[in-house]
Design a protein around this ligand. Structure first.
Ligand code: DQA
Length: 149
């Protein structure tokens, strides 16, 4: 379905809940996804989820989004900072992209200050923990409904 919002999570985000909770919070990825599914239901939009620790699998899913997604929300994890392949895939599919991070990457180590996703994104939300994803769902709804161009 072409007005589906695809939420993609990259490496190590499957470990949320046990991974550095002081930085990433104590919610598991499944808990976040459940909340997003509920929010999407309230907003009357379709949502699907994909997580992988593998760059090629992420590229494959982004490419497949040509056929099924209206908006891509992506937290590329560490690939954010150096994956030209993910950057290129996002550009290639020409679907609006919303970049998400749980943490404020600009307040952290310098190697996190560069994003390969941002130049390929319509916009981004970072630093609000799991709420970053919820805000991204709201932005995706506006993109789908033509509220923002
Ligand atoms: C992250 C920030 C990245 O620097 C890190 O590698 C992650 C998570 C975040 O959501 O804050 O895996 O994308």
């Amino acid at each position: 379905m072409k007005d589906m919002v695809l939420v993609i999570n990259g490496p190590n985000l499957n470990m949320l809940g046990q991974r550095e909770p002081g930085i990433y919070g104590d919610r598991k990825l499944e808990d976040i996804n459940d909340e997003l599914r509920e929010l999407a239901g309230e907003l009357n939009i379709e949502v699907e989820f994909f997580q992988s620790n593998h760059e090629g699998a992420l590229v494959d899913r982004i490419q497949a989004a040509i056929d099924d997604a209206a908006v891509i929300i992506i937290n590329a994890g560490a690939f954010t900072h150096y994956s030209i392949a993910i950057h290129d895939a996002l550009r290639a599919v020409n679907i609006p992209v919303i970049e998400v991070h749980l943490s404020n990457i600009y307040q952290r180590e310098e190697f996190r200050h560069n994003s390969m996703i941002s130049p390929a994104a319509r916009g981004g939300i970072f630093g609000f923990g799991f709420l970053s994803y919820k805000l991204a769902i709201l932005a995706a709804r506006e993109i789908i409904n033509g509220g923002i161009d």
